[in-house]
Design a protein around this ligand. Structure first.
Ligand code: DX5
Ligand code: ZN
Length: 230
């Protein structure tokens, strides 16, 4: 399946950070070796919540050199993607559920000189993205219904991770997002995920850096157990 070729990556989700101390939060996870910074954008329409927008992404861009992984939980990603690219996004992920013409949307986002991701809600089958998987840089499997941090992981999503892990290349990412913590990391990595988005498990911890290290070590151990070297 090529799982071993995709590096394990940890992407703290700042949704769970204290927005009054974002600079400290970003510095803490950057020092702890975060690979990406996951930024959740919500429009109160595609999901029943609001979060951060373009100015916050632009401010975070000035704080860090980490790749900014922007997850658009919004109904009209084509309209807003250019502003997020201008603000400094490195990856822009849209939801397949809002894309009438996914190929056109992928090329519109790619034209912004960013990496493109596609995300699936828990109720969306992997078949809905199989035709376009080769055209994106990352696939983001939601393991909770999007809109809120701190929800319980939905284990029914594991077979979907396995299906998609069998489809994507070594130069792509298979992200999981929602309820990723020390109890769920082993199962998602064993299923083939490589990039763990984690909000409350990191920023809800008294020591976010140590929490990040633990998640990474668990993920590395789970992968080693799943695919022992010959
Ligand atoms: C949920 C967001 C997630 C969220 C995850 O809609 O897409 O990125 O921050 O939070 P935790 O890790 O707390 O489930
Ligand atoms: Zn997210």
């Amino acid at each position: 399946m090529g799982k071993t070729q995709r590096p394990i990556q940890i992407a703290p989700s700042v949704l769970a950070a204290d927005f009054g101390h974002l600079a400290d939060a970003v510095a803490t996870v950057e020092e702890a070796g975060a690979d990406l910074l996951h930024l959740d954008v919500m429009d109160g329409h595609f999901v029943p919540n609001l979060s951060l927008g373009v100015p916050v992404v632009a401010s975070i861009r000035k704080l860090t050199d980490l790749p900014l992984d922007v997850h658009l939980m919004i109904t009209d990603p084509a309209k807003y993607a250019p502003a997020f690219a201008d603000a400094g996004a490195d990856n822009i992920t849209f939801h397949i559920e809002v894309a009438d013409q996914p190929r056109k949307l992928i090329s519109q986002i790619r034209d912004l000189d960013v990496r493109v991701g596609v995300s699936l809600n828990p109720g969306t089958p992997p078949e809905d993205v199989l035709e376009i998987v080769a055209d994106v840089d990352l696939v983001l499997v939601m393991t909770v219904w999007p809109g809120f941090g701190g929800q319980e992981f939905i284990a029914d999503c594991l077979p979907k991770i396995e299906v998609l892990a069998g489809q994507i290349r070594a130069d792509q990412m298979l992200q999981v997002d929602g309820g990723i913590d020390e109890d769920t990391t082993i199962s998602v990595v064993t299923a083939g995920a490589d990039t763990l988005v984690a909000g409350s498990a990191i920023f809800g911890s008294r020591e976010p850096g140590a929490a990040l290290h633990r998640l990474r070590q668990m993920a590395l151990d789970a992968r080693a157990a799943a695919e022992p070297t010959a």
